[in-house]
Every structure is written in C-alpha cells, then in structure tokens.
Design a protein around this ligand. Structure first.
Ligand code: RP5
Length: 173
C-alpha cells in the first residue's frame, strides 16, 4: 500500500493522556503501511464533534475505527451507534486499573457491537484492524503473515536461549 493522504483507519482517543498507550497501535499501523488518522474526540467534552465524525466516517473512506477511552468510556459505543464502520474499543487504565473502561466498552447492549480488546491492548486493536482490512487486500494480508512469522521466530529464539540455561541439575533439556 503506497503512502497516501487518505486514511482508511481512524484512531480516536478521548484525551491526549491516552496517547502513550495508543503508541503501539500507531507503530503497528505504520509498520503495516496502513494509512490512518489520529484524532481526539470526547463523548462528554465534544459530543457534537463525535456525531459529526461518526456519521461521516464511512463516506470519507474510513474502513475501521479504533476508539480508546478511559473511565466511563462511552466514546466507543457512542461512535458505534452512529456508523456502520466496525469499531474496536481500547479500554485505557486511567482509574480503577482500567476495569471501569473495560466494562463500559465491552458491555454493549445487543445490536451495537464494539469489538473490545484487553485493558491498554492497543497493539491488538491495530492487529484486528489489519486483519479486517486484509480480507480485501492481498498485499496487506502478506505483510500480516510476515508479522505472524516474526512472532513465531521470537519463540524459536526463546527456546534456543532457554536451552542455554545450565544452572540446574534437574533441568533435562
Ligand atoms: C477519558 O478520560 C479519556 O479517554 C481519558 O482516558 C480519561 C482522562 O482524561 P483526561 O482527564 O486525562 O483528559 O475521557
């Protein structure tokens, strides 16, 4: 995928205080060459802007929305309520170790799904977005396969490293 000014993924966060957690998602999208936009929107601080964003996302060519929020994290559900674009929610550990945000995002009533990753799980949110997009993009699917192969190599190396641990009489390998 060539670099372009036209985003296909929106990464939304409730506050710039969420940015450090979301960096892993941004880095992964960059690595996978997926054009994305990065916006701050808040369901309680800028409700009109959230509606404007959600209602126009599809016509602007956005194919996946990643929405991160902490505390009473209604941002993700409010966006999902107003678009047909799939929304992936990232609960941010801001208070209560992130349990407040996790439950706010994952417990959507039937009819309006938000695909929720783990607390501070921004990397998985970006990977899910890549997987969704890769269904219709063979080049991206190939890059994603390369990423997964890299994960496997990490474990191959881990086993080689663990084989070098010689400190134990009863370790048999
Ligand atoms: C939410 O409240 C944000 O997503 C953030 O996680 C949390 C705290 O926001 P700030 O007070 O740091 O702006 O809206």
């Amino acid at each position: 995928m060539a670099a372009t000014n036209k985003p296909i993924v929106s990464v939304i966060m409730g506050s710039t205080s969420d940015l450090p957690v979301m960096k892993k998602a941004l880095d992964l999208l960059e690595q996978m060459e997926v054009p994305f936009e990065l916006l701050a929107l808040s369901a309680h601080r800028t409700p009109e802007e959230v509606t404007d964003f959600a209602t126009h996302a599809e016509e602007r060519g956005i194919r996946v929305i990643i929405a991160a929020a902490g505390m009473a994290a209604h941002l993700c559900g409010v966006i999902a309520a107003q678009t047909t674009v799939p929304v992936i929610g990232v609960p941010i550990a801001s208070t209560l170790s992130g349990m407040d945000a996790l439950l706010s995002i994952v417990q959507m009533p039937g009819g309006i799904p938000v695909a929720t990753v783990g607390i501070n799980g921004s990397l998985n949110a970006a990977l899910l977005a890549v997987q969704i997009l890769a269904v219709a993009d063979a080049d991206l699917a190939e890059r994603y396969r390369g990423y997964k192969e890299g994960l496997k190599q990490k474990i191959v190396k881990a086993n080689a490293d663990l084989a070098e641990v010689k400190d134990y009489k009863y370790k048999t390998n």
